[in-house]
Write a protein that binds this ligand. Structure first.
Ligand code: UD1
Ligand code: UDP
Length: 381
């Protein structure tokens, strides 16, 4: 009788994710919740991403209790959002969680948050308050973030700046918590393990003889000319510097794959590889000479290893990395990319300036902090 009573007291917390970066950034929160007996954790995957999600779930050993399997090849934002909203309604009806956690700025995060809000279930938003205040950059992520801030009851901000952004948006201060970014928890956990590459291609890299430049690009606002400019710049740099080798794990989005194959398809010193699992990617990142990226997560991670990040965007919501001297915003003009990368390749000692700069995004203890705030909140309910 007693045991049953105790079980009933456990708070049901539902964590929803859909894409690769959401898993990486929610894994520390899920772990903290599952280690604490006062919670019943329910993990839901929308599977907005299929292959890239599964690859990441495996690294963290996460097995979603519910997998909606919603990805369609070449999916459209509104169709995906409506599939998520409908499916989430059924799940919320069946499970009746006390709180729903979502992360970041994807369609999965926003649609899951909206479904919870419509059902009067409090929403906890992890990585709240990032802003460019430009709805087209990044698109649709800036809109998704702003919308989530309006409907969330708990906003977990990575930095003080993110907190200030929410205050500007008139979010009540009692709903805001500065916790750091969970991505650093995951990164430090992976980086602490001894590792050697699995992929035969990565095994063959000679990091002392060649300057390995890691590239990732997948943002919607960069599709077309901007992305082609980046690829043409890479081609020009390869021709200019015989000791450079680019490694580009190509995102599964068909818009990226088509463009890259057309321009960089047959270059010996440009390795186009499939998306790497998180362990493989982290260890490649830490050994690279430079990183060229439009990724959000990579801008937050690379400073831990002191690797310069050249950001392929017009504007970034991770301004802390620019101010801390961890990253440079270089945009997507071919000549700007060529000039900036060339300046590092011609004067390799420049990378040393980046080595001992502090990572502004977290200390590796964010998952626990978020769990404790959720516990305090649910005790009062
Ligand atoms: C999504 C997020 C973006 C995030 C990125 C992380 C939105 C609107 N965008 O962008 O914020 O930075 O994930 O990578 O939520 N595909 C596969 N297999 C996969 C993944 C994708 O085949 O495992 C292909 C499919 O054809 C899919 C397409 O890529 O339709 C686009 O995927 P989608 O999640 O809609 O957008 P992303 O560009 O991946
Ligand atoms: N990442 C990975 N494998 C790759 C490329 C990236 O595991 O081949 C990781 C990277 O370390 C970061 C996250 O994926 O944590 C970033 O995901 P992505 O760039 O797709 O999305 P964004 O962060 O821009 O939303």
């Amino acid at each position: 009788m007693k045991a049953i009573k105790k079980k009933e007291k456990r708070k049901k917390v539902m964590t929803v994710f859909g894409t690769r970066p959401e898993v990486i950034k929610l894994a520390p929160v899920i772990r903290a919740l599952e280690e604490d007996k006062s919670f019943k954790s329910i993990v839901v995957a929308t599977a907005q991403h299929r292959e890239m999600l599964d690859q990441t779930l495996e690294v963290f050993g996460i097995k979603p209790r519910i997998d909606l399997n919603l990805m369609e090849k070449g999916q459209q934002l509104s169709c995906l959002a409506s599939r998520i909203l409908q499916s989430m309604q059924n799940i919320l009806d069946a499970e009746k969680p006390d709180l729903l956690i979502c992360q970041g700025d994807t369609t999965s995060a926003f649609a899951a948050g909206l479904a919870a809000y419509y059902n009067k279930i409090p929403v906890a938003h992890v990585e709240a308050g990032l802003r460019t205040f430009d709805h087209d950059h990044p698109f649709p992520e800036e809109g998704n973030r702003q919308l989530l801030s309006v409907i969330s009851t708990l906003n977990f901000c990575p930095t003080q700046r993110a907190r200030e952004n929410l205050v500007k948006q008139a979010v009540e201060e009692k709903k805001i918590f500065v916790t750091g970014n969970t991505v650093i928890d995951s990164l430090l956990w992976i980086a602490s393990k001894k590792y050697s590459f699995k992929s035969p291609i990565l095994k063959k890299l000679n990091f002392s003889r060649e300057k390995v430049v890691l590239v990732t690009t997948h943002r919607r606002e960069n599709f077309g000319i901007s992305m082609e400019n980046t690829f043409k710049a890479i081609l020009a740099i390869v021709k200019k510097f015989p000791d450079v080798r680019f490694v580009f794990p190509v995102h599964l989005n068909p818009n990226v794959r088509k463009a890259v194959n057309g321009i960089l398809g047959n270059q010996e010193r440009v390795l186009l590889v499939e998306p790497l699992d998180y362990e493989e990617f982290v260890h490649l990142m830490r050994r690279s000479f430079l990183i060229l990226t439009d990724s959000g997560g990579v801008q937050e991670e690379a400073p831990t290893f002191g690797i310069p990040v050249l950001v392929l965007r017009k504007v970034t919501e991770r301004a802390e990395a620019l101010e801390g001297g961890n990253a440079l915003l270089i945009g997507t003009k071919k000549s700007d990319i060529v000039d900036c990368v060339s300046s590092f390749l011609a004067r390799p000692e420049r990378v040393k300036d980046f080595r001992n700069r502090k990572n502004p995004f977290g200390d590796g203890k964010t998952g626990q902090r978020i769990k404790e705030e959720i516990k305090r909140f649910l005790k009062k309910q």
